[in-house]
Design a protein around this ligand. Structure first.
Ligand code: CTP
Ligand code: MG
Length: 236
């Protein structure tokens, strides 16, 4: 008889390492410095993201990935135990550098520094789903806008049903071996789950959080500053 594995115990005791890609240039934000080093309420986006991961109580170790010329400064300012490595030109290169520094991981989270206001409870929920035996878990929100596909000339080629669409956030969580395999021969991708989908893995969505929005444009930063000024909007 085939052995029956209880999914609840598959990843139960696994070691969780969170990778924080923070090596982007922040061109769309236009603050004249890499986005992860822009401040919000006196802390950098990177510091806030690391704070949230540590506050979740669900992460054993954090590896941040920053521009090469900032590695030493970041090491000095982040808490002991947080590892710092140099990133690359594309986000994929940066995540790959983080994976290489996390050979001890059984479960891997990838969490954008740019999602600095992500509630710790969302991070804990992603890990809980992995511990319950899921191989890949991503937070998802319904989309408010109608989304269309277009061709190179900007002519509409299709309108997917909005009810089938989700906006995907981070942290994205993976069984570590799966993410390592996905990155072993990865081309560029805007999200990590996209790479494991290509391997045929089953990616599970869970309910995302509005506060896990990505700070990409000046309007996003203005929203983030307004949220920080109104502490009532943030989970303590
Ligand atoms: N990132 C990274 N290495 C890169 C590019 C991006 O670690 N080579 C990180 C960013 O620092 C960010 C996250 O990936 O935390 C999401 O990327 P994005 O929002 O695109 O940030 P930037 O690349 O910095 O912004 P832009 O594309 O506007 O330059
Ligand atoms: Mg980018």
């Amino acid at each position: 008889m085939a052995e029956v594995t209880d999914p609840v115990d598959v990843n139960g005791g696994g070691r969780v390492v969170a990778l924080v890609p923070a090596a982007g240039q922040g061109v769309r934000l236009g603050e004249g410095l890499p986005k992860a080093f822009v401040t919000l309420g006196g802390r950098t986006l990177l510091q806030l993201s690391v704070d949230g991961l540590l506050a979740s109580g669900a992460v054993d170790r954090v590896v941040v990935i920053v521009p090469e010329d900032r590695v030493a400064d970041v090491r000095a300012e982040l808490p002991d135990g947080v590892d710092v490595v140099a990133g690359g030109v594309e986000r994929t290169d940066s995540v790959r550098a983080g994976i290489a520094a996390a050979s001890d991981a059984d479960l891997l989270l990838v969490h954008d520094a740019a999602r600095a206001l992500t509630p710790p409870s969302l991070i804990a929920r992603v890990v809980a789903e992995l511990r319950a035996g899921r191989e890949a878990v991503v937070p998802a929100l319904p989309v408010a806008d109608t989304i269309k596909t277009v061709d190179l000339l900007g002519v509409v080629t299709g309108t997917p049903h909005r009810s089938d669409l989700r906006a995907i956030q981070t942290p994205q969580g993976f069984e570590a071996g799966l993410l390592r395999r996905a990155y072993a021969d990865a081309a560029a991708a805007t999200d990590d789950a996209g790479l494991v989908e290509r391997l045929g893995a089953r990616v599970r969505t869970i309910a995302g959080e509005p506060l896990a929005f990505k700070i990409t444009t000046p309007l996003d930063l203005a929203l983030a500053r307004a949220v920080v000024d109104d502490r009532d909007l943030i989970e303590e």
